[in-house]
Design a protein around this ligand. Structure first.
Ligand SMILES: [Zn+2]
Length: 429
């Protein structure tokens, strides 16, 4: 039996949490156990759940593996991640999703829930074997061609209809392909000054509007990946006001960074560390995204952890890969953008980073309240420290963090997966 002593559950008064047989068995004061973990000053949150992680296995093990990516997840306070399907081979069959799921079980650092591709090979031509993936051992409920948009309206409609049979959800990477040919950076003043091909907000918003209408038309469930513009927020707010079954996520980097980073980075302009899909937007967009996450229009934070090896990032802007790592810094960035600004309290953070993503992914044993009877999936977090981000100290196989040198608040001290510590004293167990 493990007892966590004096933890502030969701930022409340200090309590002891007793863990037995993988469950929270008691919460109270002066509890005893075989192993005592002092948590004075630490916040206890339900284990974080990520709806959007790129683990890169199979195929790009030079960037990340299930083993290294789930270590990074545990270090970031996550007890479950959804592994995106744009691997090589693509996770578009029961065989591939079961392979990823099994690798997650073997690694044991957090639960791995494979996302199934919507279309075979992410080619946007034929629906993948959605039913077979749902029925597989991996029990896939989230389907996405992430990295690519399901731009064909007929295919999108069919996918939305199909997933209803097993209460699945289609997670759309909203990017109208014709409007973003060659696009490099948010279309606006900064892209104009830098001479980079613009990535207009309408390319995202047009797809989201269409998909909300399609989801309503067929009575299905739509999830919008990495919302990045104020206009997208307005469309999702409207869809929700109609009672439609639409949910949405925002990444930590879209809550903190703007397109001006591409112009004014510490090492000068055109630093491809800031190149990401969807692109960093404007200050007004960031403000709208924060407000939407606070009022629940955007349901959750998802990292879009996108590891790339050095040679794919440290090149000229136009040739560089799109994406940033984010698992190990997610909670700190959310504290900086949402808690320090007074927009969310710790209960709100737990809701947006654990409860709601678990619900959207239909994960039965995650995102549950920290109370007796719940699985002991717990993150202990110290919000009081501030440290400069050091990429070399990260456990992800890749180093492409946009926060290098930035001082961020907070530190994950411990993570428990069904009562078993995966991280203690800020180190992997
Ligand atoms: Zn995406």
């Amino acid at each position: 039996m493990i007892v966590i002593r004096n933890a502030r559950i969701l930022g409340g008064e200090p309590r002891d949490i007793l863990i037995a047989n993988g469950l929270i068995s008691e919460i109270g004061a002066g509890l005893g156990g075989d192993t005592v973990i002092e948590a004075e000053g630490l916040i206890a949150l339900p284990g974080l759940v990520d709806l959007h992680t790129h683990l890169r296995e199979p195929g790009r093990e030079d960037a990340e593996t299930v083993e290294t990516g789930t270590r990074a997840a545990a270090m970031g306070g996550f007890t479950a991640v959804h592994a995106m399907a744009n691997t090589s081979p693509v996770a578009d069959t029961a065989g591939v999703v079961e392979q990823v799921w099994r690798r997650g079980q073997e690694a044991g650092h957090c639960d791995v829930h494979p996302v199934g591709a919507v279309t075979s090979g992410l080619e946007g031509k034929h629906l993948a074997e959605l039913g077979a993936m749902a029925d597989s051992q991996a029990r896939v409920r989230v389907f996405s061609d992430d990295g690519k948009c399901v731009s064909d309206a007929v295919l999108m409609r069919r996918a939305l209809e199909y997933v209803k049979a097993f209460d699945g959800v289609v997670a759309q990477h909203a990017q109208e392909p014709r409007l973003t040919e060659g696009a490099q950076l948010n279309e606006g003043e900064v892209s104009g000054r830098l001479g980079l091909t613009g990535w207009p907000a309408v390319a995202e918003e047009a797809i989201i509007a269409r998909d909300c209408l399609l989801a309503a038309h067929v009575g299905s469930r739509l999830h919008v990946c990495h919302v990045s513009t104020a206009g997208s927020v307005e469309i999702i707010r409207w869809a929700k006001s109609k009672g439609w079954n639409v949910t949405a996520e925002v990444t930590p980097h879209h809550l903190l960074l703007t397109d001006s980073c591409a112009e004014a980075s510490p090492v000068g302009p055109y630093n491809p560390i800031y190149k990401v899909n969807p692109p960093l937007r404007t200050h007004d967009d960031v403000a709208a995204l924060r407000e939407a996450l606070a009022d629940g229009t955007i349901d959750c934070v998802a990292t879009d952890h996108a590891p790339h090896p050095v040679e794919d990032k440290e090149t000229e802007w136009a040739a560089a890969a799109m994406g940033m790592i984010g698992l190990e810094t997610a909670l700190s960035v959310v504290q900086e953008a949402m808690v320090e600004t007074g927009l969310l309290d710790w209960a709100g953070v737990a809701d947006r980073m654990s409860v709601r993503p678990a619900r959207i992914g239909r994960l039965a044993g995650q995102g549950l309240p920290l109370e007796p009877g719940s699985p002991a999936n717990i993150t202990l977090y110290d919000p009081a420290v501030r440290t400069p981000v050091d990429p070399t100290a990260m456990v992800s196989r890749s180093r492409n963090t946009p926060y290098e040198g930035l001082t961020l608040p907070g530190r994950v001290v411990a993570t428990f997966l069904r009562g078993r510590p995966t991280v203690l004293d800020g180190k992997l167990v």
